[in-house]
Design a protein around this ligand. Structure first.
Ligand code: SAM
Length: 231
């Protein structure tokens, strides 16, 4: 992979960045995403924030190789601390980290979100927690996608700041308000797989001498919920 050949996962993230955006890509190992967006004339400016020295140096190399140092600023910094007020960032991408880490990155520097209109988040795990955070901070989920890349399934959540209160049901938070309505093939396959795994555990319970009643109940409820949701 390089800035001219992104993974399917990062291509999906990239497609949600609006023309002329001023982007901060946080956790920007190699700066592949902002470099791709600059090469394709989507963004007008970017910060590539990285907390670790090695990935930061990768980002510097990629930016210099592509001669993009006039529009992509690599910054060695923790989370949103990479963003300066005069960057006038309006879009943030955070991809390839766990939901809890992404939430902590937002919570650590909430004031940096002041002028940001759009968040594009691709949590590897903990999607529910991210949707809950968005709801509690008045971000409306305006789009979602789900993609299979290299035998992993990734969800992408796009949210915009709104002035009203945002409310999501527990089903929306767990499965995604857009994803659970659209139910594309990747989504169906993900949840069918989850359901099959839960059924397998139930089978083991059935063969066991002592059955953990509470765990069995939770599994049965989960399976029923997924069945209903996929109908
Ligand atoms: N965003 C790229 C992608 O999706 O392919 C890279 C993902 S890589 C798995 C996660 C990157 O986030 C690593 O380079 C790591 O150093 C960086 N990272 C982790 N915590 C961070 C933080 N608090 N602030 C900035 N970068 C962070």
């Amino acid at each position: 992979m390089d800035a001219r050949h992104l993974s399917d996962r990062l291509i999906k993230v990239a497609k949600f960045v609006l023309k002329d955006a001023r982007l901060a890509d946080i956790g920007s190992d190699h700066a592949y995403l902002p470099a791709y967006l600059a090469i394709n004339k989507i963004i007008s400016y970017a910060v590539a924030g990285e907390v670790a020295k090695g990935p930061y140096e990768n980002a510097v190399t990629e930016i210099n190789t592509e001669r993009l140092d006039h529009m992509i600023m690599p910054r060695l910094a923790n989370g949103l601390k990479a963003i300066k007020m005069d960057d006038n960032i309006d879009t943030i991408t955070i991809a390839g980290m766990g939901g809890p880490l992404i939430r902590d990155i937002f919570n650590a520097d909430l004031e940096k979100l002041a002028g940001v209109r759009r968040l594009i988040i691709q949590p590897n795990v903990g999607q529910e927690l991210i949707r809950e955070w968005l709801m509690n901070h008045s971000y409306q989920i305006i789009d979602e996608d789900i993609v299979e890349d290299d035998h992993h399934v990734y969800e992408i959540i796009v949210a915009e700041k709104v002035s009203n209160k945002v409310g999501y049901s527990s089903l929306d938070l767990k499965y995604g308000p857009n994803l659970r309505i659209e139910q594309n093939e990747v989504f169906k396959s993900k949840w069918q797989h989850q359901m099959a795994k839960k059924r397998e555990v139930l089978k083991h319970f059935a063969a066991a001498n002592e059955v953990p009643i509470d765990k069995k109940k939770v599994l049965e409820i989960d399976i029923k919920e997924i069945e209903e949701m996929l109908k």
